[in-house]
Design a protein around this ligand. Structure first.
Ligand code: NAD
Length: 560
């Protein structure tokens, strides 16, 4: 695997601690990045690690080092822990979440390797490679006894149609097998260009398959899913492959099914207890082929996990997204482009309105208009909350811990999704409500709510269409100034002259009045983009100018 170095504007160098022995490819990857510094210190004790961990932005581990609550007690600048591999049993994810530290793994990197292993087991099982080789090493030569079956023309049932399940399916189809699959979390009749029929009930699939291969996580639904009862639904002589997790196939039921002839044989890489006891019947059963949890054990996978772990850390630290999150608290990060654009909009809108939230927050209400945004609800909500709270709290706030932080502060968060209708198209409404005594007497009407509304149009660019009742159409990006002023002639001139005096170039300006600007106390809102941030003096003078009620300078991410 080659490390790709992208030229970038380096403003910060991230310190990456390799706390376990990593494949050299991963270390090299970090060294090649111009915004990363590698600290390679495998084998530290718990105390030693706890002492230095806070000096780093990211830590990469395998299964050797134990990342305990004690290690994370003083997290300092640590923002992400990457597990080069899949299992995170050695990481106290709860403690990491508490401190707002993201935990990621690199499940993708072992997909092909594990799928190949499952496939190798299936081939070996069909051709009796295990017992034939054993006999051979004992000096035997028994050709009739080990006659096998070919794969072509057989039906493979894939249980769990995620990364590995689909990778196995593609290989099986290349071997001219028919493939069907069961995965209750895939709501489709067929998959892989209509070539794989999907079943929504496990038992319904079983009578149709010659072989079953398992690629599901172990949980309450999958534990023992192939048992005496479900074996009864299978064809006689069904072959079973398990390279997922021990316990998915009930081991006692499996042995009974093999002994009764219901099951023609099994190939098992994973066990309920690993390693299984020396006298475990699966170890010596003539119709069972076992490997000691070798699914992900290839040189290529080890290289890939170390590079992927390093890349995942840097992606997160650079603010380019999250890959392989383990502790994001149910956060869905595989958003559709539209949902992702709304999450980005939520962040920009909240940043824009944040300086107007001067007296605290008791409630945040988010309304997503457009049912297609539902899947991105959690990410959109968290993006807005982070932007609202970050500037106000000294504790680290990020999308991992923001809901906890809000809850701990008694802030009520309510996010709803509603259908679009003829009046309201797709949009995002964010309302930040202050506590009852937070009435800002200067602003009319004197309510406690700050409200901002945004949309993403077909060009996928974010727009703000309303702030506190003022209507506009503006792309929230770059250096901006939001200004509330008396609605009277000459105000634009005052602002323009002052900005000119301070050599601040106004690139774009939106002026908005309330729908009913007449009457005493009428105010207007000016939002303008400037080419570079205005200095403190310019802002002070702006604030002091007659007729100007409020000024806030905001730096938003540039337009994408
Ligand atoms: P994945 O998350 O991409 O896919 C798992 C799939 O299982 C998902 O599509 C999910 O919808 C489905 N699923 C969840 N509950 C289900 C249920 N009750 N019934 C049917 N399907 C269900 O994961 P993956 O990367 O493909 O990994 C699959 C399994 O392989 C995991 O258990 C993983 O731990 C294991 N694994 C084993 C090894 C090894 O060394 N043998 C290596 C890597 C992964």
């Amino acid at each position: 695997m080659t490390a790709i170095q992208t030229p970038r504007n380096v403003t910060q160098v991230f310190k990456i601690l390799a706390a376990d022995k990593l494949a050299p490819e991963g270390l090299k990857y970090v060294e090649q990045q111009d915004d990363a510094e590698l600290v390679n210190k495998p084998g530290l004790s718990e105390d030693e690690l706890a002492k230095i961990v806070g000096e780093h932005d990211a830590m990469i581990v395998r299964s050797g080092v134990k990342v305990t609550a004690k290690v994370l007690e003083k997290p300092g600048r640590l923002k992400v822990i990457a597990r080069a591999g899949v299992g995170v049993d050695n990481i106290d994810c709860e403690a990491a979440t508490k401190h707002g530290i993201l935990v990621v793994n690199t499940a993708d990197a072992s997909t092909i390797t594990t799928a190949e292993h499952a496939f190798a087991l299936m081939m070996a099982l069909n051709r009796n490679i295990g017992p034939a080789y054993k006999k051979f090493t004992e000096g035997g030569w028994d050709r009739n006894k080990f006659e096998g079956h070919q794969l072509a023309g057989k039906t493979l049932g894939v249980v769990g149609f995620g990364r590995i399940g689909q990778t196995v399916a593609r290989r099986a189809m290349a071997f001219e097998m028919d493939v069907v699959a069961y995965d209750p979390f895939i709501n489709a009749q067929t998959m892989l260009d209509g070539k794989v029929k999907m079943f929504s009930q496990f038992a319904d699939m079983l009578p149709h398959v010659d072989m079953l291969t398992f690629h599901v996580p172990l949980n309450d639904q999958t534990r023992g899913m192939l048992n005496a009862e479900t074996f009864a639904q299978c064809r006689d002589g069904v072959l079973v492959i398990n390279a997922a997790r021990g316990g998915v196939v009930d081991e006692t039921a499996l042995i009974a099914a093999i002994d009764s002839g219901k099951c023609g044989g099994a190939a098992i890489d994973v066990f309920t207890k690993e390693p299984p006891p020396a006298d475990h019947p699966l170890r010596t059963h003539p119709k069972v082929l076992c490997t000691p949890h070798l699914g992900a054990s290839t040189e290529e996978a080890q290289q890939a996990v170390s590079v992927d772990a390093a890349a995942a850390c840097l992606t997160y630290l650079r603010g380019e997204g999250i890959k392989g999150a383990v502790n994001a608290g149910g956060l869905r990060i595989d958003l559709s482009p539209e949902q992702a654009a709304y999450a980005d909009l939520a962040d920009r809108m909240a940043q824009l309105i944040s300086p107007m939230v001067t007296r605290g927050i008791s409630q945040v209400c988010i309304e997503l208009v457009g049912k297609q945004l539902e899947g991105g609800k959690s990410m959109i909500e968290r993006s807005a909350l982070v932007a609202l709270l970050r500037g106000h709290l000294s504790d680290p706030v990020n999308i991992i811990n923001v809901n906890r932080v809000a809850e701990a502060r008694g802030i009520t968060v309510r996010t709803t999704t509603v259908e679009e209708d003829r009046v309201r198209g797709e949009q995002l409404v964010l309302e930040v409500i202050g506590p009852p005594d937070a009435v800002d007497s200067k602003t009319q009407p004197a309510d406690r709510t700050r409200r901002i509304v945004g949309r993403v149009y077909d060009d996928m660019k974010p727009r703000v269409v309303e702030i506190n009742g003022y209507h506009m159409d503006m792309i929230p990006a770059g250096d901006m100034i939001v200004l509330q002023n008396d609605d009277r002639p000459g105000m634009i001139g005052i602002v323009g002259t002052l900005m000119g005096k301070h050599k601040v170039n106004i690139a774009d300006m939106t002026i908005s009045r309330r729908p009913n600007p007449e009457g005493p106390g009428a105010t207007a809102l000016m939002v303008f983009k400037i080419d570079a941030a205005a200095d403190k003096q310019a802002l002070e003078q702006l604030k002091a100018s007659e007729g100007i009620l409020k000024v806030a300078a905001i730096k938003l991410p540039e337009e994408k």
